[in-house]
Design a protein around this ligand. Sequence first.
Ligand SMILES: [Zn+2]
Length: 245
Amino acid sequence: MTYLSHLECSECRQHFNAGELHHLCPVCGAPLWARYDLDRAKRELDRDRYAIRPNGLWRWAELLPIDDPAQRIDLGEGGTPLLRIDRLAAELGLRDVWLKDEGRNPTGSFKARGMATAVTRAKALGVTEFVVPTAGNAGGAAAAYAARAGLKIHIYMPKDAPPANIKECLDVGADVHLIDGLINDAGRLAAAEAGKHGWFDLATLKEPYRVEGKKTMGYEIAQAMQWNLPDVIVYPAGGGTGLIG
Ligand SMILES: [Zn+2]
């Protein structure tokens, strides 16, 4: 079972029902975070038992936003390896440097984690049609998870996005719109179309659950390091959901 308890606004701190669909805070417009009953989780969960579960994102089920395993939209995401990179460590004058190889995820990037949890939660709450603005790999991930869920998705991307990302969206049956502009133009257009058609917008931080998938990277690193976190984690900011998660 999940310990998900409610949604909380990152700015005004108001609470909202996690059993309803939400985008941004309806009061102040800031992103919403999923909150869990961590006191109860601390009392009831044994971190050592995670190591014997099947590898992957859903290993952390109690701290993910879904109750019923049958509702998971699963393509085998998460559980990526930590690789020791000694030559780079020597070059930098460091003792221990590890690389978390997120390229092993379905669709080849960490975006798979966020789309797995966001699409899973949205479908469980009744969404049937998605839209996402993207500069590339988030679109590929969203398209793959929507296809896995058997749901429609509309993707708005700049026409100079990497051809591989455009193709991977088309290959799984997404409705792809190539636009003459940048990612923020794609975002505006996607939001307008979402409003017009009632599509669910999966844009970065506009819904609460992509962050929830991304946070499992941190759990995996902690577990692999026997729960002693590294002194430093270097992470590309990108759109921010990975870092926040
Ligand atoms: Zn708020």
